[in-house]
Design a protein around this ligand. Structure first.
Ligand SMILES: [Zn+2]
Length: 234
């Protein structure tokens, strides 16, 4: 890795950002990227920022996306470089991706695409707390992007739409919460996906009108409760 990129990664790792504590790194990244010549002002939503890097190229609008938070872990020493390895919380997932995003901005390379950088908070936890959804809700320009690339560590492999199948569930989860029904949004990961299948079957049996949000029809969420009880059973 080149020296500039390594230094940027070490700088990111030295700013603690366990999930839920992203304010400091969000401010630091906003200040750092704000020193670059940008196509527009940095837009902040909570502890997430949207950075319009290039505009008017005539090319597609590409969003490069990365989360600012890291999993809470214990370390025996501060972030450091030993030999050809860099050690620090989130050095791989996903401050390595954030370092690339900052590098794209600071190197001044200007490819023929309109680039937007998105640094967001609360990824390493429940979907309902993830700030990417609210950022998309509040930033209409971002919703118009041609493609978004999330720079999670993937061993140099490109994965297309790997999380797309869950999007509907996230929406239903929110709808359920907004309508005061807690019976859906406690399901996450594999349990959440299986609950969704169970829930979908229940909705079909109840013949919900086509197009109606299952989250709004909160009574239909009740069939998920027995599922959770089975999960909790020894
Ligand atoms: Zn990650």
């Amino acid at each position: 890795m080149d020296a500039g990129l390594t230094e940027t990664l070490l700088w990111l790792c030295k700013i603690p950002s366990p999930i839920g504590e992203e304010a400091e790194i969000c401010t630091a990244v906003a200040e750092r990227v704000g020193k670059v010549k940008l196509a527009g002002a940095v837009r902040r939503y909570g502890n997430s920022i949207v950075v319009p890097l290039t505009r008017g190229t005539g090319g597609p609008h590409v969003a490069l996306v990365g989360h600012l938070d890291v999993v809470r872990t214990d370390h025996d020493a501060p972030p450091r470089i030993e030999g050809d390895k860099l050690f620090g919380p989130g050095a791989s997932d996903m401050k390595s991706g954030l370092a690339l995003m900052l590098d794209v901005a600071e190197r001044g390379a200007r490819p023929n695409v309109d680039i937007t950088l998105v640094f967001y908070a609360r990824e390493e936890g429940p979907f309902v707390e993830n700030e990417l959804g609210p950022v998309l809700d509040q930033d209409p320009e971002l919703r118009g992007a041609s493609i978004a690339v999330c720079l999670e560590p993937s061993d140099n492999r490109l994965q297309l739409g790997c999380a797309g199948g869950m999007r509907r569930f996230v929406g239903d989860e929110r709808a359920a919460r907004d309508h005061g029904d807690p019976s859906l949004h406690r399901f996450r990961g594999t349990a959440g996906f299986r609950a969704l299948l169970h829930y979908g079957g229940a909705c079909r049996r109840r013949r919900l009108p086509r197009g109606e949000s299952p989250g709004v029809a909160s009574q239909a969420a009740q069939p998920t409760a027995p599922f959770e009880e089975r999960q909790a059973a020894p």
